[in-house]
Ligand binder design. Sequence first.
Ligand SMILES: Nc1ncnc2c1ncn2[C@@H]1O[C@H](COP(=O)(O)OP(=O)(O)OP(=O)(O)O)[C@@H](O)[C@H]1O
Length: 363
Amino acid sequence: MALALDRKEIVNVLETLVFPDGSRLTDGNRIRALTINGSDVSFVIEAPDATTAQSWSDIRAEAERKIKALSQVGKVSVVLTAHGPTAPSAASTSPPPNLKIGRHPTPQQGKTKPAGVTSILAIASGKGGVGKSTVSANLAVALARQGRRVGLLDADIYGPSQPRMMGVSKRPASPDGETIEPLHAHGVTMMSIGLMIPDGEAVVWRGPMLMGAMQQMLGQVAWGELDVLLIDMPPGTGDVQLTLCQKTELTGALVVSTPQDVALIDARRGISMFQKLGVPVLGLIENMSTFVCPHCGEESHIFGHGGVAAEAEKMGVPLLAQLPLALETRIAGDEGCPVAATDSALSAPYAQLADRLVKGGFA
Ligand SMILES: Nc1ncnc2c1ncn2[C@@H]1O[C@H](COP(=O)(O)OP(=O)(O)OP(=O)(O)O)[C@@H](O)[C@H]1O
C-alpha cells in the first residue's frame, strides 16, 4: 500500500525555493491553503501585489515542478494570487480610463460570448442584500484554488461591491483606448463597472445605457482564456438581467436566496425569468442558512429553516449549497480577502460548491 503523502515533505521542498533577495518562498505566510487530497497537492502563493505576482511566475513554476517530482505526488495545482492592488498610488484616486462607458449599445446579432471564455455563469438573486456578491467572490476564489481559470464580472451597476470584496481599487488601464485590461486578485481575473465610473458620480443610466455598458464589459475587457466567467448580477429582474440573458451565451444561472419568505418569493421571480428566457437554472444557493454563535457555538436559524430546500424541490432545481451566516465571512469580505481564500473552516462549503460545478462540467 502506498504511504500517505506527508505535509512536512511538501513544506521541506518549498523551503528550498529562494528569491533573488534571499528570502524563502515559505517566509511571511506566502504559502496559503496547502491541501493534500490523496496524492493531489494544491496550494496558493500569495504575493503582496499584482506586479510582484507577475515577477513570481518562475518560482511558481519551479515549485510546481519540484512538488510533482516527489514520488507519491499525483496532480499539483499552484495558484499565484495578489492580495493588494498593483501600487498604492494607482488606487481609485487616479481617473478611470478615457472610455465612453455607458454609451448606447451597438447593434448585435444573436447571443455572444467573449472569445476564450468557455462557460459563463450568472449569479443572481431576486432580492437585494441576500449575499449574491459574497457568494460570487467566494465562489470565484474557490474555483481558482481548484486550478480553474476564473473571471469575475461585477455587473451590479447600482451597488458594485466586488472591488471592496476582492481588495482591488486600482483603475483598469486601457492602453489603446479601446481594450480594457482586467485586474487580478486572489487568482481571479476581475472587472467591475464600479472601477470605470468616476468617484462620486452616481449612475443614473437608463435601459439603453446600461445595455451598452454591459456590452462593453463583456466585449471590450481583455478576459483572456477562462474556464469560467462569473457574472455578479444586480438584484431583481430589470434591464441588465434581461439584456444579459438575451445577448449573452449564458451557460446557466445560480440563484442566491436566504431562507426568508420575502427573499424566496423574489428568488422564484428570478428563476422564472431565467426559465422564460431559456437560461438553464443550475440551482439555488441558500445563504445565511444557519448562524453559529462565535461565543457559545449554538446554531440558530435566524432567517428560518428549510425554505430554500423546499422551494428548490418545488421548482425542480437542485439546492447546490447551504452557506452559513458568519461574522468571519462578513469581515473577510469587508477586508478584501474572501473567506474562501483563507484556511478557515468556512472556506469548505465554497470549495464544495466549486467542486460540484467543476464536476458538473459548468466551470
Ligand atoms: N454568509 C454570510 N455571512 C456573513 N455575512 C454575510 C454573508 N453573506 C453576505 N453577508 C454580508 O451581508 C451584506 C450583503 O451581502 P452582499 O453585498 O454579498 O449581498 P448582495 O446580495 O450582493 O447585495 P446587493 O443586493 O446590494 O448587491 C454584506 O455586508 C456581506 O458581508
